[in-house]
Design a protein around this ligand. Structure first.
Ligand code: IPE
Ligand code: IPE
Ligand code: MG
Length: 245
């Protein structure tokens, strides 16, 4: 870790932990075995991120589109999420981590929703790191939901269309009050966003590794951070302009 600059860490890291199914297939195992290993890896990654000094981590745990997977797989994922929340609650508290969610969580089965709400309430005043679980999350629906809310405000004369700017719109997204992700890590090689944080990732640095999620370890995480620290984020400006700051 000696070559990591602690002052240049990404504040907000977003992760698409993909490849559980392929990890299992490579070993002639059931896909669900891959999810079991993937969930165990989420535990380790969250604690490592906190130890590194990351302030916000957002993990894409289950997408809107994932509801259409085979029922057996969806059920298994829901039970794994419930188990994670119960087992990790003490660790989340011990590490002073605040759990939040992005997504249409009311769609989750009650046994998951209850554990989720319990952990969110219990950890609400924790300050070391925010752990966002994107569950039942899709960015297009998030944007539509924000649009509907703002349209209603306009009808009720609580807002005028001319006042709708980027700052106002952002306030109606699940990520309100959070900085945009600085770094997105996607495992298992796919070069796509898959409906994740479309608005928020306008200027996020992308890092894709071929490593499958269950194999993504601390060294892999550090590799992603190192890659991030070698990027020049220009936000549309020129290199010379950045020197002026
Ligand atoms: C990611 O692994 C986990 C979830 C989507 C919940 P996948 O299940 O998508 O794994 P692959 O892409 O089939 O290998
Ligand atoms: C993205 O992975 C969603 C999660 C990791 C939860 P998918 O496996 O669902 O994405 P696609 O289908 O390959 O784009
Ligand atoms: Mg996948």
């Amino acid at each position: 870790m000696a070559d990591i600059d602690p002052s240049g860490l990404p504040v907000h890291v977003a992760i698409i932990p993909d490849g559980n199914g392929r990890w299992a297939k490579n070993r002639s195992l059931n896909r669900i075995e891959g999810h079991v290993r993937g969930t165990a890896n989420v535990k380790d990654t969250v604690i490592f991120a906190k130890e590194l000094g990351i302030k916000v981590i957002t993990i894409y745990a289950f997408s809107d589109e994932n509801w259409s997977r085979p029922k057996e797989e969806v059920d298994a994922l829901m039970h794994l999420l419930q188990e994670y929340l119960i087992q990790e609650r003490p660790n989340i508290m011990k590490n002073n981590i605040r759990l939040c969610t992005l997504g249409d969580i009311e769609r989750l089965p009650l046994f998951v929703l209850e554990e989720l709400k319990k952990t969110m309430e219990l950890s609400a005043t924790n300050t070391e790191m925010i752990l966002n679980f994107a569950v039942s999350y899709g960015s297009r629906n998030e944007i539509l939901r924000a649009t509907q809310t703002i349209a209603k405000l306009c009808i009720e004369k609580k807002c005028i269309p001319e006042k709708i700017d980027q700052a106002l719109f952002s306030k109606y997204l699940y990520t309100k009050d959070l900085p945009d992700p600085d770094l997105l890590i996607r495992t298992s090689g796919e070069m796509r966003i898959s409906n994740f944080l479309l608005w928020q990732m306008a200027y996020t640095e992308l890092y894709v590794t071929d490593t499958l999620w269950p194999d993504f370890n601390k060294e892999e995480f550090l590799k992603a951070i190192r890659s991030y620290q070698h990027r020049e984020r220009r936000f549309g400006l020129t290199h010379e302009q950045l020197d002026e700051f």
